[in-house]
Design a protein around this ligand. Structure first.
Ligand code: NAD
Length: 255
């Protein structure tokens, strides 16, 4: 496989870091982009031991000006693969949901991917190669209570991707969305505690009765599964897969 420059938002933690690690092991150059600059630098330093190379850049994906400056800030590095992964969660009934929080979730997980795609697409088009991989969620295709902003942002991402897929039919650029059910990351660890409080359950019950219950396979999705799917989407064999929703859900949506 060709060595690529892979830009991963939210790459300092969880799924983003796991995909970054897998990409570095495959010899790609990985740019860890995260709002948490120190964590991004530490993450890039951890990847130095593998075949590829890694660098870090601080970015708030909601900051349109910062994002527009990224291609210039990266200098000679041209981004071949953009992984829109940064995300947060907030769990509350709509009546109790702080409006600013609702807006923030939409900004990070829907507006952010659009801004990043806008920033890197011209160079991808010019070099006639690009892969945009969004990290959506099982909540891109189904809903759960108390997650109105998250579900709205993740559903929106699919519409955004389909539109960009139509707009990039003229070149070897694809855009697809990975939609995993639960993956054990810091974001989910926090949610287990929050859901326990909201539903008046123990944390063990949240895992078994809420998170894993809808999945026939009853297991968390691993970061490796997501990294391998992303690697396939980067390959030449996936050049005609675009505007698609890749669901890794242990059978959740087969019901
Ligand atoms: P995480 O909390 O471990 O990591 C999220 C990263 O995003 C952090 O490093 C954080 O600093 C960064 N980030 C947050 N706001 C940012 C901003 N404005 N700009 C730049 N970076 C920002 O979370 P995770 O579980 O690894 O989630 C990653 C993605 O996967 C999210 O989009 C999430 O919705 C999605 N996802 C997670 C799960 C799961 O079960 N963990 C399931 C489905 C989808």
């Amino acid at each position: 496989m060709n060595k690529r420059t892979v830009f991963i938002t939210g790459g300092a933690s969880g799924i983003g870091f796991g995909i970054a690690e897998a990409m570095a092991k495959q010899g790609h150059h990985v740019i860890i982009a995260d709002i948490n600059e120190q964590a991004a630098q530490e993450a890039a330093a951890k990847l130095a031991q593998f075949d590829g190379s890694a660098s870090a850049i601080a970015v708030d994906v909601c900051d349109a000006e910062q994002v527009a400056m990224l291609p210039e800030a990266l200098g000679v590095l041209s981004v071949d693969v953009l992984i829109n992964n940064a995300g947060i969660q907030h769990v509350a009934k709509l009546e109790d949901f702080p409006p600013q929080k609702w807006q923030q979730l939409i900004n990070i997980m829907l507006v952010g991917p659009a801004l990043l795609t806008q920033a890197f697409l011209p160079a991808m088009r010019a070099q006639n190669f690009g892969r945009i991989i969004n990290v959506g969620s099982i909540h891109s295709v189904v809903a759960s209570p108390y997650k109105s902003a998250y579900v709205a942002a993740k559903h929106g991402l699919l519409g955004f991707s389909k539109t960009v897929a139509l707009e990039t039919g003229d070149c070897d650029v694809t855009i697809n969305t990975l939609c995993p059910a639960y993956v054990k990351t810091p974001l989910v660890e926090q949610q287990i505690a929050a859901q326990a409080k909201e539903n008046n359950l123990t944390e063990e019950d949240v895992v078994n009765k809420i998170m894993l219950e809808p999945m026939p396979k009853k297991q968390f999705i691993s970061v490796e599964e997501l990294a391998d799917t992303a690697a396939f989407l980067m390959s030449n064999s996936a050049r005609n897969i675009t505007g698609q929703t890749m669901i890794l859900d242990g059978g959740w949506t087969a019901r």
